[in-house]
Design a protein around this ligand. Sequence first.
Ligand SMILES: *Cc1c(COP(=O)(O)O)cnc(C)c1O
Length: 372
Amino acid sequence: MYQKGRAWVELNRHHLAHNLEQFKKILSIECEIMPAIKANAYGHGAVLVAKMLQDLGIESFCVASVDEAIELREAGILGQILILSYTSPYRFSELRRYSLTQTVVDCSYAEELNDYGENVEVHIGVDTGMHRLGERSDNIENICKIWECDHLNITGVFSHLCVSDGNSETEREFTLKQISEFNSVVTALHKRGICGFKTHIQGSYGILNYPFLRFDYARPGIALYGAFSTPHDRLLCEVELKPVLSLKARVECVKRLYAGEAAGYGLTYTAKREMKIAAVSIGYADGIPRELSNKGFVLVNGQKAAMIGRICMDQLLIDVSEVSGVSPGDEVVFIGKSGGHEILASDFAYHANTISNEILSRLGNRLERVLI
Ligand SMILES: *Cc1c(COP(=O)(O)O)cnc(C)c1O
């Protein structure tokens, strides 16, 4: 058991390896997995996760920004690193210096990047219906023209699905339309003799709900970490994923709260009877949403305890009236297992009115990342 920390994240490398194997089983052997390790690997710790994945044979990664990509390179991550979003022209030289692959966010961006005048490796983003990044799939002529940019080394073309997590009839129809739009772009390029680029469109839910697709790469994020976005996700693909991350802190002190006394900022919680409460060494600066004030629960010594009062920046209070033998230094589990209970990231997020992706990616820098 980890002994030192005030509040920390535990990473289970065996679970990461297990999840990677599950994805390999679903995808064809020709498909290369390009994990999404943006936002500090969804809060897990980008360098730690990338190194584990590299040791597991992964050779391609995707991130959100040029700084995230540079962090990985400087930590010794080799292979392809694709930046999924916009990089400012002021930083084009770093794309070359660090051998990064930049997303072409639309045709005018392709020209701008080409005008930089030095060769840069790119993947072209195609908008098939999400209407975020990418050149519209119906502007096929413009997409073809990108190949006239002499300084762009185009090694990939990709799109992104925006309702692949849903399996209602309309959601599936929309996703299949996105896939067919993407396929038409690829076919149109091939017809013009433009070949030799890789294709990709699936994130976690694209893989789990459309396992029959055969593209060159897949970009799983959330599910590779063994989490689902919400507790209610229904998947088409049967798969057993194991949570990589646990989030823990410590009991700082235990005290009485007498009937009629209130606790915490704003005195929002009042004791109806005499209680035993504990202060815990984690707060909203570490990524516990303030939204969970008087709503969330944790596990202490294998038992459930409710969060009471407002969550503070660095601390919070819990009701341990029913928890036997609580003392300072005890571990408090926010996400993970304790005794026979488990709190999944998606359950934790659900209580806070959000999805696990947001909770995990906002876990603070102050948390130590500990490999177990
Ligand atoms: C974040 C992201 C992914 C990974 O998505 P998950 O749903 O977490 O698997 C894949 N592709 C793009 C373009 C992304 O922005």
